[in-house]
Write a protein that binds this ligand. Sequence first.
Ligand SMILES: *[C@@H]1O[C@H](CO)[C@@H](O)[C@H](O)[C@H]1NC(C)=O
Length: 280
Amino acid sequence: MDTANQLASGGTFQVLKLPLGFIRVLEWLFAIFAFATCGGYTGQLRVSVDCMEKASSNLSIGIDFGYPFRLHQVSFEAPACEATRRERVFLIGDYSSSAEFFVTIAVFAFLYSLVATVVYVFFLNKYREISRAPLIDFTVTVVFSFMWLVSSSAWAKALSDVKLATDPDEVQLLIPACKIQTNKCGSVHGARWSGVNTSVAFGFLNFVLWAGNIWFVFKETGWHKGASRLAGGASEKQAGTFNQQPYNQGSFEQSGSYSSQGQPSEYSEVGGPTSYSNQM
Ligand SMILES: *[C@@H]1O[C@H](CO)[C@@H](O)[C@H](O)[C@H]1NC(C)=O
């Protein structure tokens, strides 16, 4: 009933204008771009083998590969430069673990941020009532930030190795006929990388989004509310006991003595956070 009324007035979608909700929407959009550009990749390189006996040459050998980059399973037929005999040549390397890890993280990040967006829009009051919900949200957000960083780094490294392993100049060296001086091998063209390069960029962009949202989710947790309350109490108490010291409010050495409250008071001095929490 309550939700229905809010929905009718369009009020519930206001949460999407807050950083917390807005970043969640960007998160699942960019997660889609990340796994689509990586998981949907196919590329082709082309080499030529020009044998001394022209009849057995093949000047356009296409080699297709793509996600999940199990290059050791990618093979092609190259002329052996002996009559019409051909031989099967395999590429080298298996980069599937990094590629699949990246896509898996992207898919789960997409699902989580989509569900979180739905929860914020339709169940924001429940989300704030159940104190455990923001805590879980906070923990999951921290974990995904870390996972985006790790998987994007791993994928960036794997992709640079894939580029090397599928370089036509390198692939030529795998063809036995090309080891014979009298046969000439060349590269016709390499694979296009622009699409899959953006997957790495989207990966790191997602890391920035998730890491940035840690702060906004943190503000929904009881820790932040408890912290500002504690810090407020502490500074009042501090002012009462040490009011002969004019600089006690801003002094970090002073707050250092309150080891359990040092952290919160540091946050409260930032200024920004308190004004944000008033907005919400
Ligand atoms: C050259 O190799 C391709 C495979 O990339 C094959 O389809 C084509 O038939 C070959 N051409 C000749 C002349 O053998």
